[in-house]
Ligand binder design. Structure first.
Ligand code: SAH
Length: 324
């Protein structure tokens, strides 16, 4: 039994069943603190690990906005949950090519992943957005970050569902009717307030739904397959679908403009995935098939193109972002 599982068991034995959100938070904190889960040999593969094109296009998208906003001084690159730092490295390289070389601020709680990020990036690290720089526009990216944040779940009678123990196993107190992620909503509200005050924009990419009210979306992934979220907490990636309508509401309440969500495939193609793929293939003709396969994985509706969605936030007065 890993330390997270032990801690959860002890807490439930001592104090009784705990909210689903507490279970998820404890499990994921241990999961990300103890491994690099990305890639074919790990548990799952994310868009920036599929192809450099993803991070490069994110960087060019931010650089384009910054240029059209009049190249304001003092901009910062900010990323939430940067994983291996691949997206940031690709985005920053593309931004430098476009005349933008901002300092890097990473919001990351895993000490192990912070160390991975430090191998590739000169950056400052933050536990949460509160300590991000207070002046200068923020150019923000969050890819597959919000799906890892805890969700609260509620039953038909509106009561919050809890996780208890029965015959040595974790069990949930009832059927799920609805779900919300107060942690996600709070972070988006904070980002929106900062954008309204400091300028800038945010790119939020995740899998999820446009409309609230889809019930239970808590799931576990291990070695590229779905697994039981109530088994081996801390050893499996726990995620929930992102409720983009709730995030959009929080962003507007915080004072930001909201664009999308659009399908990841439509957005990537609209901002030049085809052109980027063609340029890479021209530079490395031997890799043409591999590059086309990566483009397909990122954008085809039956791959990541439709389930993954892209939502942008912008400061009032900033230009409309490309691709929506
Ligand atoms: N963006 C990366 C990684 C996604 S996985 C990619 O696309 O490959 C989720 C990331 O969020 C990991 O880096 C994880 O350590 C981080 N994370 C999870 N919960 C967090 C929290 N509450 N605060 C900050 N970072 C968190």
């Amino acid at each position: 039994m890993n330390p997270a599982e032990e801690k959860l068991e002890r807490r439930i034995r001592m104090h009784g069943p705990i909210p689903v959100a507490d279970y998820m938070a404890e499990a994921n904190a241990h999961y990300y603190a103890t491994r690099d889960p990305f890639g074919a040999a790990g548990d799952f593969v994310t868009a920036p690990e599929i192809s450099q094109m993803f991070g490069e296009l994110a960087g060019l998208w931010l650089a384009d906005l910054w240029r059209r906003a009049g190249r304001p001084d003092g901009a910062h690159y900010v990323e939430f949950g940067p994983g291996r730092g691949t997206l940031a490295a690709d985005a920053l390289r593309a931004m430098r090519g476009a005349g933008l070389d901002p300092p890097v601020e990473l919001v990351e709680t895993s000490p192990l992943l912070r160390a991975r990020q430090a191998e590739r990036l000169a950056a400052r690290w933050h536990d949460d957005p509160a300590t991000l720089p207070g002046d200068g526009p923020l150019l923000i990216v969050a890819n597959e970050f919000f799906d890892a944040l805890p969700v609260r779940q509620f039953g038909a009678d509106g009561a919050e569902l809890r996780i208890g123990l029965a015959a040595g196993r974790f069990v949930r107190s009832g059927e799920v009717e609805s779900e919300e992620s107060p942690a996600s909503v709070e972070i988006v509200r904070t980002i929106a307030r900062r954008l309204a005050r400091q300028g800038g924009a945010a790119l939020i990419v995740d899998y999820g739904h446009d409309r609230p009210g889809t019930g239970d979306t808590l799931q576990a992934v291990s070695r590229h397959a779905y697994a039981d979220p109530f088994e081996a907490p801390g050893e499996r990636d726990l995620t929930a679908h992102v409720d983009f309508a709730a995030l959009a509401g929080a962003a507007r309440a915080g004072g930001a403009l909201v664009f999308g969500p659009a399908g990841q495939g439509d957005w990537l193609e609209a901002i030049g995935l085809g052109l980027r793929a063609a340029a890479l293939a021209e530079a490395a003709p031997g890799r043409t098939a591999e590059i086309e396969e990566a483009r397909h994985r990122l954008s085809a509706p039956d791959r990541m193109g439709r389930l993954f969605k892209v939502m942008a936030l912008a400061a009032p007065g900033w230009p409309a972002p490309a691709g929506f």
